[in-house]
Design a protein around this ligand. Structure first.
Ligand code: ZN
Ligand code: ZN
Length: 293
């Protein structure tokens, strides 16, 4: 005789399986890196070309002179090994040149879309002590222009307003800058959401992966990836804190590049469910050094 299953139990089971499958899946654009774990120089592994593209996007490979159909696209070359070593050094990981578990764990985290190394070199000022960085050439707002205007593109969800104001206020509290809201098209700092390839050469990639970027002075443009689950309150493991990301992207708008100090607001990676809303001494030293105040 077949055992009788109560419909209630069956529903509970279906609900729980759905729930757990959602928790365990949370797909990210960087998930492909997991399949490459353990790769090392001399290997040929399907998908290594995508890793090279990832490292090029974030500034660790200058030039990919071949395409995905070339015979060496998925070959673990000297160039790839050296790029991975540089990445590992910058992340304070063992500089093995091998795509080991620690490196994969770091690389698959969601991150800001701004490259860590621009035009083949990190910005100043220090090569020795890990700290804040400027962009090469140190682009900044003119020192006499300390009042900047900001605006949101028409249609920006209202939940972005308060977290962005608050992040601007936090930069203001450090000194030098003040911020005033104005119409989007006349603003020095322009905030908007964008999706996929949106025409500025740095496409977004769906949920996870790269979630926002902003340009150095005096371009003033900041894009949030419209495919992320953004929240203006304490984030759950499945949502991204607008205020934490805004304070980081505003740092770029003011002239700071990615810091090498883990925990600094200007560190590149930031995860769903995380909060990093407070400027650290490294961030504050950076903005003070750039604007001499
Ligand atoms: Zn960034
Ligand atoms: Zn963009």
């Amino acid at each position: 005789m077949a055992p009788k299953v109560s419909p209630l139990l069956l529903y509970a089971f279906l609900f729980l399986s759905l729930f757990f499958s959602q928790i365990s899946s949370s797909p990210s654009a960087f998930d492909f890196i997991n399949q490459l774990q353990g790769s090392k120089k001399g290997d040929r592994v399907k998908g290594l070309y995508n890793l090279k593209k990832y490292l090029k996007t974030f500034g660790y490979i200058n030039d990919l002179s071949y395409n995905s159909s070339s015979w060496d696209a998925d070959y673990f070359s000297d160039q790839l090994e050296s790029a991975i070593r540089t990445y590992q050094t910058r992340r304070h990981l063992n500089s093995t040149g091998i795509l080991d578990a620690d490196t994969v764990r770091q690389m698959t985290k969601p991150r800001c879309g701004v490259a860590d190394i621009i035009n083949g070199r990190p910005g100043g000022p220090s090569e020795v002590v890990p700290n804040y960085r400027f962009y090469p050439g140190e682009p900044k707002w003119p020192n006499q222009k300390s009042q900047l205007t900001f605006g949101f593109a028409p249609g920006t969800p209202a939940k972005f307003f308060i977290p962005v104001y608050t992040a601007l206020r936090d930069w203001h509290n450090v000194g030098h800058f003040s911020f005033q809201r104005t119409q989007y098209e006349h603003a020095d700092l322009k905030f908007s959401l964008a999706r996929g390839d949106h025409g500025d050469g740095v496409p977004f990639d769906g949920p996870g992966g790269n979630y926002a970027h902003a340009f150095s002075p005096t371009i003033g443009i900041c894009h949030f990836d419209a495919d992320e689950n953004w929240v203006d309150h304490d984030p759950s493991p499945h949502s991204l804190d607008i205020r934490s990301v805004a304070i980081h992207e505003i740092g770029h708008l003011l002239g700071l590049d990615h810091s090498e100090v883990p925990g600094a607001v200007m560190w590149s990676e930031f995860e769903y469910g995380q909060k990093r809303r407070d400027l650290t001494p490294d961030d504050i030293n950076g903005i003070r050094a750039l604007y001499h105040f």
